[in-house]
Write a protein of this length. Structure first.
Length: 441
């Protein structure tokens, strides 16, 4: 894999990615989902142009500008279709957004009017389409619906616009960490902030950063990291048509980047914000916190800087909804995702957990049992070999979430974006690698 990624300075893989993505988009243009068809038609052209640009770079051996191609491609295959669909939706084409966009925007209206984004079970039963009455997110997700609640129905108040803005900001901040000085890794364990400046030669010797291979790997890692959350079809299609997963994913990736730089408080704040939006961020926050506890001899101020905001932010943002209507909170956040709502979740992709649930007697309990065993195995892994770097933490998150997505009774192919992105960010996080402090002895 590493050899393939170095072919043509990484441009050969870019070319293959854009060509395959163009084919996927072309097929999606004939999808039976109304919100997906415009994306496919527009994105197919964008990917084709990106493939042509990569081919020119490969032939001319010009490795510069790969990042610019990625950003241009993101604009063509994600942001342009997003705005196109938002404009059409504002003009009356209500099928130009997936259900989660409507759910988030309606939850913003309710939060503004009542203080809680959630409907009670009785209120959900009274509406014609009960599925749209459920809000299976953490309360802070309703913030993305506030622009429409305050300013009315316009293309620029579409929740997807703000999903994209937050995603872009997080990616910018995460990639910007590559320009800051590296942290030190104490003998006590996981990353700790540098206590002073380190000569470049020391860092190069410790990390091998002086070699061309490592410099190339670092550049390619940044490009792959950017591609993972922008131009991969599963990311671009998700953001253009629905998009609530992208800011959550981008926040957790930013948290891992800050972790790699030893910024405890920033890591805690960012992962706390992600956890205040959606439950999918909680496993990442848990892995980081457990790894911190297991790999540092001191559990004092450093752990507090990480843990306090990580726990306090989702708790404080959930309190108003819990005070206003605790029953509605439980109905939406817990009962519905666990399959105990008035209607079933539409998440029903034919992955192993869902197939076992639907086709094997007692399959739901079998799938949940397998999921429990996988969780125990992951816990054992964390105890035996706790991750000591952000890259190792990302590997644990990718493995754990991939296993969970495969075994959950109700899931979607789109959720595989999470483990795929964490896996693709491992080289980039590794390029932020720490410098070991000298042994005081």
């Amino acid at each position: 894999m590493r050899r393939a990624n170095r072919a043509g300075g990484g441009v050969a893989v870019d070319l293959g990615l854009y060509l395959l993505s163009a084919g996927f988009a072309w097929l999606t243009a004939s999808s039976n989902l109304p919100a997906h068809r415009p994306w496919g038609a527009i994105a197919a052209i964008g990917y084709a142009v990106a493939a042509l640009a990569a081919l020119v770079q490969l032939v001319t051996r010009n490795r510069g500008g790969r990042g610019a191609v990625v950003l241009g491609t993101w604009g063509a295959v994600c942001l342009l279709p997003l705005v196109f669909e938002a404009v059409q939706r504002a003009d009356g084409r209500l099928d130009r957004a997936q259900e989660e966009v409507l759910v988030v925007e309606n939850s913003g209206i309710r939060m503004l009017e009542t203080g809680s984004p959630f409907l009670s079970r009785a209120d959900i039963a009274a509406i014609p389409e009960p599925l749209l009455g459920y809000t299976p997110y953490q309360p802070a997700m309703a913030v993305f619906g506030l622009p429409r609640a305050v300013l009315g129905a316009h293309w620029y108040t579409d929740a997807r616009v703000y999903f994209a803005l937050v995603t872009a900001l997080c990616l910018f901040l995460a990639l910007r960490t590559a320009t800051t000085s590296p942290p030190r890794l104490s003998k006590a364990g996981l990353l700790s902030p540098a206590s002073g400046t380190t000569p470049a030669s020391t860092g190069d010797e410790a990390n091998g950063a002086g070699s061309p291979d490592v410099r190339t790997a670092g550049t390619s890692g940044r490009v792959r990291a950017l591609q993972a959350v922008t131009v991969l079809p599963v990311a671009a299609l998700t953001l253009a048509t629905g998009g609530d997963d992208l800011p959550v994913l981008a926040l957790t990736l930013l948290g891992l980047a800050y972790l790699a730089r030893g910024k405890d408080t920033a890591t805690g704040v960012v992962l706390g914000l992600a956890a205040a939006l959606k439950l999918f961020a909680w496993p990442v926050a848990a892995v980081v916190l457990i790894a911190r506890l297991l790999t540092r001899r001191s559990t004092g101020a450093g752990i507090g800087k990480l843990a306090v905001p990580m726990i306090a932010i989702p708790v404080l943002t959930a309190l108003p909804a819990l005070v206003v209507n605790p029953g509605a909170f439980v109905e939406n956040v817990l009962k519905f995702p666990l399959g105990h709502g008035l209607v079933k979740s539409p998440a029903a992709s034919p992955l192993p957990g869902h197939l076992i649930t639907e086709n094997v007697p007692g399959g739901r309990y079998i799938a949940l049992g397998l999921l429990g065993l996988a969780a125990c195995a992951l816990g054992w892994w964390l105890l035996r070999r706790p991750p000591r770097t952000a890259a190792a933490a990302a590997a644990v998150c990718a493995t754990g979430l991939l296993t969970a997505m495969l075994l959950m009774p109700a899931t979607r192919f789109g959720y595989l974006l999470y483990p795929a992105a964490y896996a693709l960010w491992i080289p980039f996080l590794g390029s932020l690698g720490p410098v070991r402090e000298p042994d005081p002895a």
